[in-house]
Design a protein around this ligand. Structure first.
Ligand code: HEM
Length: 227
């Protein structure tokens, strides 16, 4: 087992599994976040956020999610370093662009930029909700149930700051670029190497990446344009 994990394919296996797990989180996260633009009263989004904050299963998954991010990020650096060591003479630029996409050759850079976005993002919302608190979060009543006003925290940021709006739009686009390669590449590593399946997965991956990029970007854009 330890030989498998230290072999190149084993190292990629961990990236793929953690990446696919994070993609599932991204789907759920995007679904809940889109409630922000479908109900300007904020009730729908607050209910979604309240469900995520109180559901016992989600609570168990939270540290697993954190671990998933850590494994994926740390492993990406280890993998890139090992690849760099194994290939001291870099390929010529023309050969690289002939056989691969720009995103596939820049996964580490794209991932690192997503990480910069993620740190900013966590400080904006997660940190305040979990640790420091914020006056905007003062409880509201939704259908007779008391809950934190997460809608106010998010919407006030997007309504009041064009810069943050742009940061979040860029974050969505970067994530989309990262996933455009990451999606099908994960399946390839897990054994879907057959030519027909690979082609199909590449198309599904592109559609998924575009939906993620548009889905996340449309939220700050909505607040920038409407308010
Ligand atoms: C318009 C874009 C986005 C909005 C409005 C948004 C909103 C939020 C909010 C409100 C939270 C805090 C949830 C809570 O703790 O109760 C959160 C947490 C988080 N977000 Fe986002 N998010 C956006 C984009 C993204 C993107 C693109 C990623 C992934 C790269 C991401 C990853 C995370 C993570 C890892 C957490 C912490 C875990 C969690 O609380 O579930 N978010 N987001």
């Amino acid at each position: 087992m330890s030989n498998f994990l230290t072999a190149s394919i084993g190292r990629k296996f961990i990236m793929s599994l953690s990446g696919l797990f994070l993609m599932m989180f991204i789907c759920v996260h995007l679904g809940i976040n889109l409630l922000l633009i479908f109900d300007d009263s904020g009730d729908l989004f607050n209910q979604g956020a309240h469900f995520m904050a109180t559901n016992p299963l989600i609570k168990i998954m939270e540290p697993v999610l954190g671990l998933g991010f850590i494994v994926h990020i740390v492993w990406s650096f280890i993998l890139s370093y090992k690849n760099y060591q194994a290939r001291p003479v870099s390929y010529s630029k023309t050969n690289q662009s002939d056989s691969s996409t720009w995103a596939s050759r820049n996964m580490l850079v794209l991932g690192a930029l997503v990480l910069v976005f993620l740190v900013t993002h966590v400080m904006n919302f997660f940190w305040k909700i979990k640790f420091t608190g914020d006056p905007l979060l003062d409880h509201v009543l939704v259908n007779g149930e008391e809950m934190e006003n997460t809608y106010a925290l998010v919407s006030v940021l997007f309504k009041s700051s064009v810069i943050y709006g742009i940061v979040y739009i860029l974050g969505g686009i970067l994530l989309g670029l990262h996933l455009g390669h990451g999606f099908w590449s994960s399946f390839q590593t897990l054994g879907f190497a057959n030519k027909i399946w690979l082609k199909r997965l590449q198309i599904v991956g592109q559609v998924f990446a575009i939906l993620v990029a548009i889905g996340f970007s449309v939220i700050p854009l909505y607040f920038l344009i409407k308010f």
